[in-house]
Design a protein around this ligand. Structure first.
Ligand SMILES: [Fe+2]
Length: 219
């Protein structure tokens, strides 16, 4: 029998199509004009023939406990495909976070930048789209970025807030919007969390942590 050859061609096309389909399925769509720009890009881009090689991050192990829940078909469609191809995708961590956050956080955090400026899988200058994964019980300290951001919860029970105001719990399918430079933090629940993120505007600049005194300890 001939050896099995892994063809990466079109590897993330289904994932991108399911993300676009998800955005079209959301009722809050008119509240977030940025989604139209994101959809234009998702409809236009195509998977490259090969994936950039990246060392596998520890956080990827949490994909084993991520699965469709049956609560939202459009969410489940993304999760199903992300779990299928995720292990073979190039995972990243924000460079400035690696210098500051502790080993526990870094072993339980990572993201796949599907679309965006270099080094995204698909280069695009004005839109970022990606999927982030966090392990149970992490606290993502206060951070900010110049891009406008729309998160959608795909798996898990994260809460969103700042260091001072109330924490707002969120569930799969929920949208969380951040204006440019709006500071935000996240607390992650008892299961892994998967977030879909979209950025528009100044997407060239990464997020930065606000105040290095934050202790990224477990909740
Ligand atoms: Fe953000």
């Amino acid at each position: 029998m001939a050896p099995k050859v892994w063809h990466a061609t079109a590897m993330i096309d289904d994932l991108l199509a399911r993300i676009a389909e998800f955005h079209r399925s959301r009722t809050p769509f008119p509240e977030f004009p940025m989604v139209a720009e994101v959809l234009d890009v998702l409809d236009e881009v195509r998977s490259p023939p090969t994936m950039p090689h990246r060392p596998r991050l520890d956080v990827v192990r949490h994909l084993a406990t991520v699965a469709p829940t049956g609560a939202d078909l459009a969410v489940d469609a993304i999760i199903e495909e992300f779990v299928r191809v995720g292990v073979d995708l190039p995972w990243r961590q924000t460079a400035s976070y690696v210098e500051v956050l502790n080993a526990d956080y870094l072993a339980n955090y990572g993201y796949v930048q599907l679309v965006g400026p270099v080094p995204a899988i698909i280069e695009h200058p004005t839109v970022r789209v990606g999927l982030g994964l966090w392990g149970p019980g992490l606290f993502y300290p206060l951070h900010e970025h110049p891009a406008e951001e729309l998160y959608h919860v795909l798996f898990g029970e994260p809460s969103f807030g700042t260091n001072t105001d109330e924490w707002r719990p969120a569930a799969p399918g929920d949208a969380v919007h951040h204006r440019p430079w709006q500071r935000h933090a996240q607390r992650f629940g008892d299961t892994p969390t998967v977030l879909l993120y979209c950025w528009v505007g100044d997407v060239a600049s990464d997020a930065v942590l606000v105040g290095r005194g934050n202790d990224p300890s477990r909740v």
